[in-house]
Design a protein around this ligand. Structure first.
Ligand code: 5CA
Length: 159
């Protein structure tokens, strides 16, 4: 924990500890802003990277989080059907305001408000996965079961 210097990454580490998760946030020298960069940085398959993609529900204006495998594209129409309203793009300001984190560092949990979350079922195929930890160069390793517990999200087909 002592080696985590960025305030945003420290915040994620603290949130994880409070949730009873004992894994450590890792700050890396290189960028982990995108899923391919993150996979390269930790030496895993791109599919093992947890993308936390924020959308805006078009009618209610609430944020919707899709936690997707780095190998997959999100099917916005399918998620819109699940929530009963279309999904719109979220811009960088919306993401920062509603999650408390900048794009490229948004973690799957610990946001400034509670966000309805859908989890890509393909992430369940891996023994270990990696998620963003608050900044575009911080990650933490977890299991799919831990992801489900930490986010309270619904596992479904998101692609
Ligand atoms: N740290 C990496 C791996 S964990 C990461 O956060 N990847 S990510 O996929 O979860 O976050 C990047 C995502 O942010 C992109 O997939 C894209 O959906 C979104 N994004 C990137 N640029 C913008 C932008 N200008 N406006 C809105 N969303 C964006």
């Amino acid at each position: 924990m002592a080696n985590v210097v960025s305030p945003a990454a420290q915040k994620v580490q603290a949130i994880l500890r409070e949730a009873g998760f004992d894994g450590a946030v890792r700050e890396l020298p290189q960028s982990t802003r995108t899923a391919p960069e993150a996979a390269q940085a930790v030496g895993c398959d791109v599919g093992q990277i947890v993308k936390s993609i924020v959308f805006r529900a078009a009618d209610s204006n609430r944020p919707i989080l899709v936690v997707a495998s780095g190998a997959n594209r999100v099917n916005e129409k399918a998620i819109g059907d699940l929530i009963g309203e279309p999904l719109a793009k979220a811009d960088a300001d919306f993401v920062r305001a509603r999650t408390g984190f900048v794009i490229g560092g948004v973690p799957p949990m610990g946001h400034s408000e509670s966000i309805q979350t859908f989890i890509d079922e393909d992430l369940m195929n891996y023994a270990e996965i990696w998620a963003a930890a608050g900044t575009p160069n911080a990650l933490f390793r977890l299991t799919p079961g831990e992801l489900v517990r930490l986010t309270g999200g619904r596992v479904t087909k998101t692609k």
